[in-house]
Design a binder for this molecule. Structure first.
Ligand code: ADP
Ligand code: ZN
Length: 646
């Protein structure tokens, strides 16, 4: 008999439940209507997806946004779970065929927008089948006190009455007492069936700063996250357009997103972001509700948000995968004035609510020196008792977190890589083919692209990959574009690693990619055309040794203990597979899975199965492709499998 734990491992590939997941799942399986309140990234989806696979009937999931449904369904399909949607974007044939599958019991999860659910056609269909679980996602939409009230959500109460035998689960990331109460009263839930997870997101580094020289502040911040995904929230459409244009002029991979763009442009920009073709989205608050991208590494607020709830919801979009991520709030007095101006336009209750929200937000931003997590969590009725979180600007200055100033290549002393002595020696004595020409190509490509890009990007330019970023940066026009056919992609990466280890290149930035800059040694070698002998058996970021502390650190998938060169190769593999299937890369595997693969080097199916995120269907579907890549890499780097601590 499958159990919640076996479903978690076999289907989703995860070893342990996140806080509160287990409790919610058990309560639902026991037949109690429940409200689960968890922060964004807390793992709400599994709270209904696991029961859906254990209950014999259909699970209906009401969700307000088509894009979110589509994303969930793609992820479920990748894990081999039969899930479908009925919505207005389907052709009549698709619609009918999906209805038929539901009728024939071929579907475990059916995703519906509330207005679709309420149509007589769908209601009629649901009368014909057994509905076991009725899930209301984004349940705060039911409350006028929430930030996203939707009148059609109110009608879900009647809809729910139509399935008296189904258990009902409401989910939200909005934790204010008032909204929670509202949801429960409206749906008639009892208080004892409320599950409130902690709203602390320990992996987020939280910063607040007065906005002075806004653009430079943003550039400065972005230099900490080269090549990584992030969102910048602005107040107005004009700000979005201006900032996006300026960032683009700086060579950054960026797209705007706001309600003034036509639907097609919005969709295209969002899709490019989700698929890792574009790194940064500058947006009004209209962006983010509909996306589930787990590897967003930073969120910047370029302006003061209207409420703590909104702020928290938005920063919550960073680091859903649990890996380190950063949040920066920039504000000044003009923002406050501006918001007052808009509040003055409102009337009655709405105005009172808006004033209170703004007041709380300003208090939070201006708070002198206590840990940011204290007032933030306090707002959601939670007491943060630790004296310091060690992950906010009040507990640990940002410059101690990631010491990478703007234009790092000009301002920072070359970072000396600490190579194990023995490794460095082998490197020098082993016999290698002459690497002068490819090394020259690589170094000049780093130079010609402005010393602003990571390893994979440079390799893509050299090997003639015409992806969206490269085209946008016009790097397909460079003389170094597509001149690297003598080496394979993994070999280029090995070469790059060797160049780093031999002091030709500095790596700056942090997880998951560095930005490469040239050292004086490289500049001299290029100028004098001197031989560059570095070997292709690169030495990489120190791999976990057998020492216990090391392995434990690796188990936490810290951003230090994994092999970055392998990660880069696996990331490319994932992107290739994702493009082939037309899905976002994270649908194939989340970053954490690749980090674990780059930590333990699994080289057999049985060990691959131990890696987080590798369920049965994904193992079958993608296992051999990833194993092949890992084995290849490990063979050429002489790396052995490390058993993952259970
Ligand atoms: P939410 O809806 O609460 O914002 P999601 O359900 O989208 O969060 O989950 C966020 C991410 O965390 C997803 O990528 C999901 O696969 C992952 N996740 C959820 N539960 C677990 C778990 N128990 N172990 C590992 N990863 C998990
Ligand atoms: Zn703190």
């Amino acid at each position: 008999m499958p159990t919640a734990a076996s479903i978690l491992k076999d289907v989703f590939g995860y070893d342990t439940f996140r806080p509160m997941q287990r409790e919610v799942i058990d309560n639902v399986l026991a037949g109690h209507d429940s409200l689960a309140v968890m922060p964004t990234g807390g793992g709400k989806s599994l709270c209904y997806q696991v029961p859906a696979l254990l209950l014999d009937g259909l699970t209906v999931v009401v969700s307000p946004l088509i894009s979110l449904m589509k994303d969930q369904i793609e992820q479920l399909h990748a894990a081999g779970v039969p899930a479908l949607t009925l919505n207005s974007t389907l052709t009549p044939q698709q619609y009918a065929s999906n209805m038929d599958k539901v009728r024939r019991g071929k579907v475990k999860l059916l995703y519906l927008a509330p207005e679709t659910l309420l149509t007589p056609r769908v209601m009629g269909l649901l009368d014909e089948v057994k509905v076991s679980l009725f899930t209301i996602d984004e349940a705060h939409c039911i409350s006028e006190w929430g930030h996203d009230f939707r009148p059609e959500y109110r009608q879900l109460v009647d809809a729910r009455q139509r399935f008296p035998d189904a258990v009902c689960l409401a989910l939200t990331a909005t934790a204010t007492e008032r909204v929670r109460e509202d949801i429960q009263t409206t749906l008639g839930f009892s208080r004892s069936n409320e599950f409130l997870a902690s709203f602390n997101r320990p992996n987020l580094y939280i910063e607040v700063a007065r906005r002075s020289n806004a653009f430079n502040q943003v550039l400065n911040y972005l230099s900490r996250y080269p090549d990584q995904s992030g969102i910048i929230y602005c107040f107005s459409r004009r700000q979005v357009d201006d900032l996006a244009a300026k960032l683009k002029a700086h060579g950054l991979s960026v797209r705007p997103y706001h309600a003034g763009l036509d639907e097609l442009a919005r969709k295209r920009n969002q899709e490019a972001f989700i698929r890792d073709d574009v790194q940064i989205i500058v947006a009004t608050i209209a962006f983010g509700m509909g996306i589930n991208k787990p590897n967003v590494r930073f969120v910047i607020h370029y302006d003061l948000p209207k409420s703590i709830e909104e702020y928290y919801q938005e920063i919550g979009r960073a680091g859903r995968d649990g890996l380190p991520a950063g949040c920066l709030l920039l504000y000044n007095n003009a923002d406050i004035q501006k918001q007052h101006y808009f509040i003055d336009e409102k009337e009655g209750q709405q105005r009172i609510v808006a004033e209170k929200h703004l007041e709380d937000m300003v208090d939070y931003a201006e708070n002198g020196s206590v840990c940011r997590r204290k007032p933030l969590l306090n707002y959601f009725g939670e007491e943060y008792t630790a004296s310091a979180c060690n992950n906010c600007d009040h507990c640990r200055p940002a410059n101690l977190v990631r010491p990478v100033p703007l234009n790092a290549s000009h301002q920072v002393e070359p970072k000396q890589r600490q190579l194990p002595r023995a490794a460095a020696k082998t490197e020098r004595t082993a016999s290698h083919p002459d690497t002068t020409i490819p090394a020259q190509k690589f170094l000049s490509c780093v130079k010609r692209t402005g010393e602003n890009f990571g390893m994979v990007y440079i390799v893509n330019v050299l090997t003639g990959v015409r992806n969206e970023r490269i085209v946008a940066n016009k790097h397909d026009d460079l003389s170094t574009f597509n001149i690297g056919s003598e080496l394979t992609t993994p070999d280029w990466i090995k070469l790059a690693r060797s160049l780093i280890n031999n002091g030709y290149i500095n790596e700056e930035g942090n997880f998951p990619f560095e930005k490469l800059t040239l050292t004086d040694k490289a500049l001299t070698a290029l100028k004098q055309r001197s031989p560059i002998q570095v070997g292709l058996s690169a030495h990489i970021t120190p791999t976990p040794s057998s020492s216990r502390a090391r392995v434990e650190r690796a188990a936490a998938a810290s951003d230090e203990a994994y092999n970055r060169a392998l990660f880069a190769v696996l990331r490319q593999k994932r992107k290739d597979l994702a493009d082939l299937e037309g899905v976002p890369p994270y649908v194939i595997f989340p970053d954490r899975t690749l980090v674990e693969m780059s930590t333990y080097y699994p080289q057999r199916l049985t060990s691959l199965k131990q890696i987080s995120g590798v369920g049965k269907v994904k193992l079958e579907r993608y296992g051999s492709a990833f194993l092949l890549t890992i084995c290849d890499f490990c063979r050429s780097h002489n790396l052995k499998e490390i058993s993952k601590p259970q």
